[in-house]
Design a protein. Sequence first.
Length: 477
Amino acid sequence: MDVTFAFSLLVVVVIYSSLLSFLFYLKRASCKYNTPPGSSGWPIVGENIDFGLLGPPKFIKKRMEKFSSDVFQTSLLGEKMAFFCGPQGNKFVFSNENKLLASWWPKSVSKVLLFTEVINEDQKVVAPLLENTVHHILKPEALKQYIPVMDSMARKHMEIEWAPYKEVKVYPLSQKYTFALSCKLFMDEDDDDKVNKVLENFNIVTNGMISIPIDFPGTAYNRAVKGGKVLRDGLMKIISTRRKELMENKENVRHDILSKMLLVTNEDGRLMSEKEISNNIIGLLVASYETSSVAITFILKHLAENPHIYDQVREEQMMIAKSKQQELLTWEDIEKMKYSWNVARESIRLAPPGQGAFREALTDFKYAGFTIPKGWKIFWNVNTTHNDPKYFPNPAKFDPSRFEGSGPVPYSFVPFGGGPKMCPGKEYARLEILVFMHNFVKKFKLKKLIPNEKIVYRSTPVPAKGLPVHLYPHRKN
């Protein structure tokens, strides 16, 4: 028998045997418990391909209709996973943080983004340090100080990146703005070359980190792994330089979050290591930059599609602008942008930048008559409610009035999560978005160049071509 053929046959037999063993294991595991209905998809691959091709909204709707509107099971990223659905599912997840459920991220994501050697046991020490520092920098007193910086950067961004052109792509420009702002506020870094280099690798990472984790040359995941290393190396240089500055000149401490992380200690007097700080800065960048840039992109998309709503937003913003000379925006100005924020929330409902979050079952528990076994992964997802006509009548219609008065049913509008793990950057995002809207509508009206541009799903939904638009500058009064 030919040696090559014999080897190939052996490989096929081993793979086939492994798949049969895997299927047998799944069958035994599901027989032991009355687990939620659903499908595990293909062995190893699970339902990753369907999830990617359909996108979360269609994937979830299809399975809620077929299996259960309360909870269904699937297999994603190599894990058995339960999707909790509806307001009751959201409330259950949010109410059981650190009781029945704990935060969890796939190892494939951690491998791409983080220094994994300082996670796990050390993370128990890092988390309180980060939590205290983040809450300090995101509390209202601190946020009020950021508004003039946000406004100043937005004005400069409009003059340089938008005003000189008749046609632009909204998504890459909104990425550029939100990332530069995050770098300035979190690391006091405003060197354009450094920021753009970090952004370039950040995009490679975010585009591949939720893909099927096959680390072979040419795959999106392989590119993400390589981009993640370059990203971490770049951040480590910034962190090391700042630590040296602080040691040489402690009285000249900057007030950004990086400096606070370099100085904060735990109860034992231990400073955070540079790798721990890098992990935490990356976490902040993921949370603050990517979702905000997607939110801004879709807000402009919906303003272009709804001229009458654009006109009402501009009217509100021009009243604020006319009450000032050249002064920068203040907290009081932001508080007047009520209609604009309703518009932003309606856009976020229709195109939620953050799709949800992962949890892990700490013990066996029952929900909706089914058992969720210990170790199963949970994914609460905004799409189980945001497009449901029970909670949002005529859900495809863009209608900011949904958020007037008492607003939507509790736990039905959850773009920032809820409970103890509600996104601490919710208010930061609100300020960032409203400051951008103010500066944009003061200067421009816009028209989409691709009327039916396709929406694709990476780690977030994005317009396939970057949302190219024609800009119409307003005449100066």
